[in-house]
Write a protein that binds this ligand. Structure first.
Ligand code: HEM
Length: 368
């Protein structure tokens, strides 16, 4: 199976990497106030991630000494790298006096502002550290997070906070066909795919501190989708909600998926063919001073709720060089999006994603 490099000169893997089929996402709270523990955790995580991305075990599964406890839990044996990437993020709580890192805080790092659509629950919100493990085999992604959580516990540095297991990527990379979200619509049609766009909108290259260059900000939102309500809606109305045709993915102003939406086209009564309250009209860069973000979302399910209703949605993950880009888009969407009737933002997080370390180094080493 395919293998991605952990070490390198640019940004971490798992950001602009062609989206794999599955994600296991987890955030952690620091449980130690000692900067050394944080440093050791980042170093051990980095070494383990490099091994797992190469399809290797992170230590003996069956220790030579029979009484020994296994280092690697073993469930990914023989599954290969499966395109695994693990992307490490540092939350606002890391850049504080506690760890002597207040003056290292990246310029745009802060908690997200409160947004009109927020219905956030602390059980799915925040975290001092984030891990996004993506792979074409869900067991490989799960194994990675499980073993990294084990290391966190073992070092005494951090404890698990919240997590989402996602499937069916809801974004496409270059030369990938566009997948669908749980509302049945193609998701990821107008996403960033070109290196020139990644440079312009994703990777930090502001001439600031060297360790932040080729870093980026990760915004994550756990968005519940009211599937049963949606399923009772007429498809013509569903099309108006997104501004696109359900089956083809074409904008309502066009015929093919990749036709550029024409937000000025009017129908016979003079109304915009793509409604002004549609999701794409509100989110498109043409209507947002050119703002663009890289979306890297996955569908998720938490089974059924207490009322027996399907509990599912979108693990929305975006990467941008300025978190204000996400806020600007979500402020507009939260105020007017026709989609709001069918979704609820229940979780949130923001993390700085440092660049990939060079061979033999570890993520964030320049902080210490
Ligand atoms: C486009 C679904 C949340 C930003 C789209 C499209 C779909 C979709 C079907 C059209 C296809 C495409 O171009 O990818 C959803 C669903 C969401 C959600 C189901 C929540 C459950 C968000 C959020 C943001 C966002 C939270 C950012 C704040 C965008 C952008 C586009 C887009 C920028 C491209 C618009 C364009 O340029 O035409 N989304 N989305 N979406 N969405 Fe969302």
């Amino acid at each position: 199976s395919r293998q991605h490099a952990f070490y390198g000169k640019g940004g971490q893997a798992g950001v602009t990497t062609t989206p794999q089929r599955h994600v296991m996402y987890m955030t952690f709270d620091m449980t130690s106030q000692n900067p050394r523990d944080l440093q050791i955790l980042l170093a051990r995580w980095s070494a383990a991630i490099a091994q797992m991305m190469a399809g290797e075990i992170i230590g003996q599964v069956e220790p030579v000494r029979n009484s020994g406890i296994g280092m690697d839990t073993g469930e990914a044996l023989d599954l290969g790298p499966a395109s695994l990437t693990v992307t490490v993020g540092l939350g606002p709580g890391i850049f504080t006096e506690t760890y002597g890192l207040a003056d290292k805080k990246p310029a745009l790092m802060r908690e997200l502002v409160q947004l009109p659509s927020d219905n956030l629950q602390s059980a799915f919100t925040g975290g001092d550290l984030s891990l996004q493990a993506c792979a074409d085999d869900p067991q490989v992604a799960y194994h990675a997070i499980r073993n990294l959580a084990r290391i966190a516990k073992d070092t005494g540095a951090a404890a698990t906070r919240w997590s989402v297991l996602g499937f069916g990527r809801a974004s496409a990379g270059k030369n990938q066909s566009t997948p669908r979200n749980l509302f049945g619509f193609k998701d990821g049609t107008r996403n960033l795919t070109e290196p020139t766009d990644f440079k312009k909108f994703v990777w930090i290259n502001d001439g600031g501190p060297a360790w932040q260059q080729q870093g980026t900000y990760q915004v994550v939102r756990k968005i519940k989708m009211h599937i049963e309500n949606w399923d009772t809606d007429r498809v013509s109305d569903q099309n108006a909600v997104f501004g696109r045709h359900k089956v083809s993915g074409a904008p309502l102003s066009g015929e093919k998926e990749f036709d550029t939406p024409d937000f000025h086209q009017k129908d016979s009564e003079g109304a915009p063919v793509i409604p002004v309250t549609s999701h794409i009209s509100l989110a498109a860069h043409e209507n947002n001073q050119g703002i663009r973000i890289l979306r890297r979302s996955y569908n998720y399910t938490d089974g059924i709720n207490k009322l027996g209703m399907l509990d599912a949605g979108l693990l929305f993950i975006s990467y941008q060089k300025d978190p204000a880009s996400f806020e600007a888009l979500q402020t507009r969407l939260g105020a007017a999006d026709a989609l709001n009737e069918y979704i609820s933002h229940i979780g949130s997080g923001i993390f700085f994603v440092p660049p990939a370390p060079p061979e033999g180094d570890y993520i964030g080493s320049q902080l210490f």
